[in-house]
Design a protein around this ligand. Structure first.
Ligand code: MF3
Ligand code: CO
Ligand code: CO
Length: 289
């Protein structure tokens, strides 16, 4: 269907097309004709949807703040899960990972050589020197937000602290690289360059993802890659960047017993930080902040 200039815009804003996404569509059409990969309309969030995702992220951040205030040596990962779960429910949210594809818990807790998707357990006790990623995804009124942070338990080695810090910088540099009408491939390029220049490797089997109306949407956000490639980043896109950086090789394996938890193949440490990002007209907004 061809929209007329005076018709209502396709984005749900109730504005006339000419006052809303007409110029946007022209720009994308031109880029597409130049051979660029452009996002489909279902990847462009409306103002209302963005506001819904922001509210969801507020709970998700509150959860991570609460974990940050309480996490300590001697605690089990199940206790962290309980804290997170109860907080989310108390705020009117739903933990998105609980029963997602059979995942049994409300957060992921990945310690040391666990790359991601660690399952909270009453048998896993946090020890002095551990580094742990806590990854939370919250649903509020049908809107999804996703973020994760690293925590250092007690006194950690310089080696452990360094991978945690460099991984956080990988995420920050990647966020800085995001430009409206820029390329998705720049994100992976920036992360890969910075990680590898520090002697680390980038996990390839998992990536970031579109998010907002579902836990995992398009596009797949690769954490390694080439500048000036992959999808055009248009205002209204919401996605995560969540680099998993390994101290040794990028190879991983999945726990055969639980079918979920990814470990570094060589037993080296792995770290991860995650934010949910919105591409705006003139830059970006870190929604999960
Ligand atoms: N929060 C995770 C992510 O960043 C989703 C994990 S799905 C689970 O994509 F089932 F493993 F929890
Ligand atoms: Co994610
Ligand atoms: Co996550």
């Amino acid at each position: 269907m061809i929209l007329n200039r005076n018709d209502k815009c396709w984005c749900g804003s109730r504005l006339k097309y000419k006052n809303c996404h007409l110029d946007f569509d022209k720009k994308l059409e031109a880029l597409k004709n130049q051979g660029c990969i452009v996002p489909t309309r279902n990847l462009i969030k409306s103002k209302e949807q963005i506001e819904g995702i922001r509210k969801s992220a507020k709970i998700n951040n509150g959860l991570l703040d609460l974990v940050s205030e309480n996490i300590k040596e001697g605690m089990t990962t199940e206790e962290i899960n309980k804290l997170a779960h109860e907080y989310t429910i108390s705020q009117g949210g739903i933990p998105a990972t609980l029963n997602y594809d059979g995942f049994p818990k409300s957060i992921c807790t990945s310690i040391n050589d666990e790359v991601c998707h660690g399952i909270p357990s009453k048998d896993v006790v946090l020890k002095n020197g551990d580094i742990i990623n806590v990854d939370a995804t919250t649903i509020l009124n049908g809107y999804y937000s996703d973020a994760s942070r690293m925590f250092m338990i007690g006194e950690v080695t310089d080696k452990a602290r360094k991978i945690v810090e460099i991984t956080k910088e990988c995420l920050n540099k990647a966020i800085e690289s995001v430009k409206p009408w820029g390329f998705l491939g720049d994100i992976g390029a920036v992360i890969q360059e910075y990680a590898e220049s520090n002697g680390y490797s980038v996990v390839r089997d998992f990536g970031g993802h579109g998010v907002g109306l579902n836990i995992h949407e398009e596009p797949f956000v690769s954490h390694f890659g080439i500048r000036g490639t992959d999808m055009i980043l248009a205002p209204g896109m919401v996605f995560t960047i969540e680099p998993m950086i390994n101290g040794g090789s990028h190879e991983i394996f999945i726990d055969e017993d639980n079918g979920w938890t990814a470990f570094t193949a060589d037993g080296a440490l792995s770290a991860q930080w995650e934010h949910t990002i919105l591409v705006t007209e003139d830059g970006i907004e870190i929604i999960s902040k």
